[in-house]
Write a new protein. Structure first.
Length: 366
């Protein structure tokens, strides 16, 4: 590998970490957050919800099983930068086609390794997620501070337009599948599409700025609102579209889709201090009493106190009692904050896709 290149990570509040550059040589900015998953780094890297974020992995060894063409959630790496403790340069897995270092270099993603990721994670937990800059080409802290000052904060930022598709497309249309679903792409993960298809759905994906009139013309059996990055309150076109569709078609939302549904119903959202990102977050199903172990990736949440009377909270996070799911009393619409499609993560909550199917089946009878 030759002599390792040095790199620095500077946070907005002045805290900095020196380490080694891996991946591409260069410089990158974004909101620094952390993910507690011990595996699934390739799915995390390619999740569009991480657009404009520098992701820190809390697991100490990353790259153990390499990279392969199957475990992806979009067609490219979506994170702005990657922070790890130690890279495994020689992966060991029969599916591996390249190392994580080569993968990042190939897609021009800047990373930093050999820093105290435990100290960085504690700092974010105590002080909140904040903007940062990784540089392997500039070690002058004053210079980096000036660059970092120009980076916008996540609040008020509409990042959906950066990751949404530009044109409609069909996902593996199966002529025998029964339900016609319109999926709004706010940054949709591949495994969501796979699970919709495996649950008897023919899925057509629409750009985020699609209007209600265009959805009506398509005449789906149900509407799916996807995950995505940024501040949900800034996605005004999505909120307006959902407002126009309420009560007209069954609606199921995940992550950003959950927040957009809540905003369309009259609730409010707020930014969490450091977000929920990992594979083992406990969520209580308030309707069944069951506790589900869930995969999560979000920096904003729905304000439970702002829910209108016709909205029932269905799931709550057991770590901080924030909203993890809602259901409408009077119209066919529900959503969850966490990721039932996992990838990576547990499969406890995949029943929600079947719940969506039941809702569409009931609507077709009426």
């Amino acid at each position: 590998m030759g002599n390792p290149r040095t790199a620095v990570l500077l946070l907005k509040d002045g805290r900095f970490f020196c380490g080694k550059n891996f991946g591409a040589k260069g410089e990158t900015t974004g909101e620094v957050c952390f993910n507690t998953g011990m595996s699934g780094y390739q799915e995390i890297l390619t999740d569009p919800s991480y657009c404009k974020q520098i992701v820190t992995m809390t697991a100490p060894h990353i790259g153990n099983y390499g990279v392969n063409p199957d475990d992806i959630e979009s067609d490219k790496i979506q994170v702005a930068g990657f922070v790890i403790k130690e890279e495994t340069s020689i992966p060991s897995n029969w599916r591996s086609t390249q190392s994580i270092d080569d993968y990042l270099q190939e897609q021009h993603i800047v990373g930093i390794s050999c820093i105290d990721t435990r100290a960085l994670t504690r700092h974010i937990r105590e002080n909140g997620a904040m903007n940062g800059i990784i540089s392997a080409i500039d070690s002058d802290l004053e210079s980096l501070k000036k660059k970092l000052a120009k980076v916008p904060d996540m609040i008020g930022l509409d990042l959906v337009q950066e990751v949404s598709c530009k044109e409609n497309y069909q996902f593996n249309i199966n002529g025998t599948n029964k339900y016609k679903v319109a999926a709004l792409d706010y940054g949709i993960k591949m495994n969501i599409l796979r699970l919709l298809e495996s649950n008897n759905c023919n899925v057509t994906v629409f750009p985020a700025q699609t209007t209600a009139a265009e959805i009506f013309e398509f005449d789906p059996d149900g509407i799916f609102l996807s995950n995505g990055p940024g501040d949900p309150a800034a996605v005004t076109y999505g909120i307006d579209m959902v407002k126009d569709m309420l009560g007209k078609k069954p609606i199921f939302g995940i992550c950003l889709g959950h927040q957009i549904l809540a905003l369309a119903l009259g609730a409010k959202t707020f930014k969490l201090k450091f977000g929920h990102r990992g594979l083992n977050h406990p969520v209580k199903n308030l309707e069944s009493g069951a506790v589900e172990i869930t995969s999560q990736n979000h920096g904003f949440a729905v304000d439970l106190d702002s829910l209108p009377e016709n909205i029932i909270p269905t799931h709550v996070n057991l770590n901080d009692n924030t909203s993890e799911g809602i259901r409408c009393k009077d119209i066919p619409a529900f959503s969850v904050q966490y990721h039932p499609e996992s990838s990576p993560g547990p499969h406890d909550s995949r029943y929600l896709f079947r719940q969506f199917i039941t809702m569409m089946a009931d609507a077709k009878k009426n």
